[in-house]
Design a protein around this ligand. Structure first.
Ligand code: MG
Length: 375
């Protein structure tokens, strides 16, 4: 089945291709091939045991980086289909967007970034690109997954100017202050829709958030009221699920309508025109404000909750301890992670090693290195 893509979508035929030339994909698009390579990568499997907000061992029902990435892909594809964008490309970007995350979510990344200050820092977006460009070891004739330019561009959501200058073609848009393609813009906002909503769901499930508190958030409150109208007296898990699905739907519907208007107004009829225009995939101003209120609520009440902070604090110590001991005693690193020629390169290897760890692997490694009777 051939689906006619919009003129502003990234067409496969216009792809800037792969770094290493390969025979054309059979039975699938090149972006579909990117997606398949991502799903078969070991970094993707490790997402199952990496924190989103709750550490993996805290409960089996909470989101992990893997289920988060699947939800992002679902939301992104559903919007892409409505806007006639390239679904395979948006799915590939969504599934890969968090591959570079450290164990323990943002706590791990912050700690590793601090440790790496004298060696160029650590940034999870850049690390996601590093995973697909360099770190995956699956092919005989190249490092990484040799993904298309467009998928790689979508993975690199943010980037400092300093890093952009070292990245070649993929960094150019940051220097020229241009936008990426619409599929990349979309994957970014689908990420936001996914985590804002599933963090409400997980926050309530964990008992760290209460429904009564969330009623101060307009997006939650008005959808909760709609659920009460549809199902008077409904409470508990079903009421929450009915509310969250309505919130997701409201955000998606607004995003599609606003983006359609912008695309029409801008008359951006090619990918090049999209790149020169302001961001065209966007929420309306009202919805943007509502989404921001929800984000602030989650920040103040969930991410800053004292029980989450305790885990954050432990996670930072764990990552920092690992970094410090590996830098002081590189002979403790497994073979292949030791660099004799430069301290900065050694630090980058240590950061790659730590960033690749799952939560539980990092905790086990910490015990093995610091608890005397643990082997
Ligand atoms: Mg994400």
């Amino acid at each position: 089945m051939t689906i006619e893509l919009a003129p502003y979508a990234v067409q496969m035929s216009a792809s800037r291709g792969r770094q290493f030339a390969e025979p054309a994909a059979q039975n699938r698009s090149e972006f579909g091939r990117d997606r398949d390579r991502i799903i078969h990568s070991s970094a993707f499997r490790r997402l199952e045991y990496k924190t989103q907000v709750f550490v993996n061992h805290e409960g089996d029902l909470f989101r992990t980086r893997l289920t988060h990435s699947l939800e992002v892909a679902q939301i992104a594809r559903s919007i892409a289909r409505n806007l006639n964008l390239n679904e395979d490309l948006v799915e590939a970007i969504a599934l890969a967007h968090d591959l570079g995350h450290t164990p323990f979510g943002h706590a791990g990344q912050d700690a590793l970034n601090l440790c790496m200050q004298s060696y160029g820092g650590f940034e999870h977006n850049l690390q996601s690109l590093r995973v697909v460009d360099v770190l995956e070891e699956r092919y005989g004739n190249f490092d990484g997954l040799n993904l298309t330019f467009e998928t790689r561009e979508g993975i690199l959501k943010h980037c400092s100017l300093k890093n952009a200058r070292q990245l070649g073609a993929i960094g150019t848009r940051f220097i020229q202050k241009k936008q990426p393609g619409l599929e990349a813009q979309l994957a970014n906002l689908a990420d936001e829709i996914a985590y804002n909503n599933h963090d409400v769901d997980d926050g309530l499930r964990s008992g760290l958030l209460q429904e009564a508190q969330l009623m101060q958030v307009p997006l939650f409150a008005r959808n909760r009221q709609l659920v009460e109208l549809a199902f008077p007296g409904l409470s508990g898990r079903r009421a929450i699920s009915e509310t969250v699905r309505r919130m997701i739907n409201e955000l998606i519907t607004d995003l599609i309508a606003t983006s359609e208007q912008r695309l029409l107004a801008q008359q951006a009829l090619s990918v090049d025109a999209v790149r020169d225009a302001p961001p065209l995939i966007a929420f309306s101003n009202e919805m943007q404000a509502d989404a921001l209120l929800l984000k602030q609520f989650l920040h103040d009440n969930l991410y800053r909750h004292y029980l989450v902070q305790r885990m954050t604090s432990k996670a930072k110590r764990c990552v920092t301890d690992l970094f410090v001991i590996f830098m002081q005693e590189p002979e403790l690193l497994p073979p292949g992670y030791r660099e004799r020629d430069s301290e900065a390169r050694q630090a980058r290897k240590v950061a790659d090693y730590i960033a690749g760890m799952t939560d539980r692997y990092a905790m086990r490694e910490h015990r093995r290195l610091f608890i005397v009777d643990e082997i």
